[in-house]
Design a binder for this molecule. Structure first.
Ligand SMILES: *[C@@H]1O[C@H](CO)[C@@H](O)[C@H](O)[C@H]1NC(C)=O
Ligand SMILES: *[C@@H]1O[C@H](CO)[C@@H](O)[C@H](O)[C@H]1NC(C)=O
Ligand SMILES: *[C@@H]1O[C@H](CO)[C@@H](O)[C@H](O)[C@H]1NC(C)=O
Ligand SMILES: *[C@@H]1O[C@H](CO)[C@@H](O)[C@H](O)[C@H]1NC(C)=O
Length: 398
């Protein structure tokens, strides 16, 4: 009798040991999977898993290749020569030369809208020279940097922002600096030549940053990447950044109030906005946000709508690093979500961010603006009308 009982005991021990091993393997798989930063982008964590499944979509494939290159620790001893053929980087040596491999690598390339073709052929280039810089704009180490995405012709929007929510200086006893982020509106896109006027504006206000690239919707990601690069060089001590469009209204007072209450610990990974979760690419070619399956497959990470979001300078520096390992994606706010995920973070939703607007009946209700942080969209005239409602003490809002 005692013999079989001992056998059962041994069997039980073996079984539980097996379960333990399974759990360990599961955990390490999950960890390595998370580190890869995406559901679709899988980094094998051990040698015998190293044959990745080739994605049918161009972006995903290229990102798989980037992940391999940037994860030598995960793939010890795996040299690039051992990569499957499709993982080999046969693009131009200079990333800023048009990448002529691309058309042959996307089945429906020739039938894609022109903006995709432009994006895909140039997406490896992240270095564009600055035409106008303001290296001293952060000399005072601002508490809050307002970084406003604008377009060359939007002189009136920029001026309205300077006169209202984006006035540089001291507000609520905190220093605020403002920059406008611009590419150029090119003659090839039939824009009039506004360079002379822009030069005048830049000299007058010293808040214009301009890079030498075509300012188009799909190049907004480039604007993001170039801004992070500029920030790490010229403004790394700024404590917080609000990045937004030039047609949003921002309650800067309330933003500062919120930031004043943050602990140092919370500031480290602070990133809030109008967060969109569980979204994926639109497949209807008529939509502005259309992304074809041949370019991208999978869900988007949680991301904050690009109309405006608020984050810490410390996190911006880490995002700058992470962005080097994330392939450019044509939708800028989704791209920022991807970079956050690379860091193992997700943006936090705050109901004060209204990038989809507020109910029309509240548009002219002064007290509404006291409780909001950011609202889309407002004209220059509306900004000038709303700002006094926010700052003037005589308005009685209970
Ligand atoms: C990858 O490219 C390099 C240089 O272009 C070449 O020497 C190598 O054979 C290629 N490897 C594969 C697997 O195609
Ligand atoms: C204003 O800010 C300075 C430094 O940031 C601080 O020393 C001072 O106490 C603040 N004043 C008020 C009234 O909060
Ligand atoms: C982005 O800017 C570059 C540089 O001006 C240009 O070559 C490219 O066509 C632009 N991409 C898009 C999608 O407009
Ligand atoms: C960014 O990466 C560089 C080099 O890998 C590293 O030295 C630096 O500490 C990183 N910065 C942040 C903020 O993570």
């Amino acid at each position: 009798m005692p013999v079989p009982r001992r056998k059962t005991k041994a069997l039980c021990m073996m079984l539980s040991f097996n379960i333990f091993v399974c759990v360990l393997v599961g955990i390490s798989w999950t960890l390595s999977h998370d580190r890869s930063g995406g559901d679709k982008v899988r980094i094998p964590s051990q040698r015998f898993w190293s044959k990745p499944v080739q994605s049918k979509s161009f972006w995903n494939r290229e990102q798989q290749r980037l992940d391999f290159i940037h994860n030598p620790i995960v793939n010890p001893g795996l040299s690039l020569v051992e990569l499957p053929h499709w993982m080999n980087d046969s693009g131009p040596a200079d990333p800023c030369q048009p990448d002529h491999r691309v058309p042959a690598q996307i089945a429906d390339y020739n039938s894609l809208p022109r903006r995709f073709q432009d994006f895909l052929v140039h997406m490896r280039c992240r270095l564009y020279p600055m035409r106008i810089n303001q290296p001293g704009v952060c000399a005072e180490q601002p508490f809050l940097l307002l970084a406003v995405k604008s377009l060359m012709p939007h002189f009136d929007r920029r001026q309205a922002i300077r006169q209202t929510w984006g006035r540089a200086g001291v507000l609520a006893n905190r220093s605020v600096a403002t920059v406008f982020l611009l590419g150029h509106t090119a003659a090839e896109d039939h824009f009039p030549d506004l360079l002379g006027m822009l030069g005048h504006e830049a000299a007058l206000h010293k808040d214009i940053l301009q890079w030498d690239y075509r300012d188009t919707f799909f190049n907004l990601t480039l604007k993001e990447v170039l801004f992070l690069d500029w920030f790490s060089k010229h403004c790394p001590q700024a404590q917080y950044i609000l990045k937004g469009d030039d047609d949003v209204f921002v309650n800067t007072l309330r933003i500062i109030g919120l930031l004043d209450g943050l602990s140092e610990l919370r500031a480290q990974d602070f990133f809030i906005g109008d967060v969109i979760s569980n979204a994926g690419p639109h497949r209807d070619p008529k939509l502005k946000y259309f992304i074809p399956e041949s370019v991208f497959e999978g869900q988007y990470p949680a991301y904050a709508g690009g109309g405006g979001y608020l984050y810490s300078g410390a996190l911006a520096l880490r995002l700058h690093n992470a962005s080097q390992e994330v392939l450019m994606f044509p939708i800028d706010d989704v791209y920022t979500g991807m970079c956050l995920r690379k860091l193992g973070l997700a943006p936090e939703k705050h109901s004060g961010f209204r990038t989809f607007g507020i109910e029309e009946k509240y548009r002219d209700a002064p007290c509404i603006y006291r409780s909001l942080l950011l609202v889309h969209s407002r004209t220059p005239q509306e900004m000038l009308r709303i700002w006094p409602w926010v700052v003037l003490p005589e308005l009685d809002c209970q």
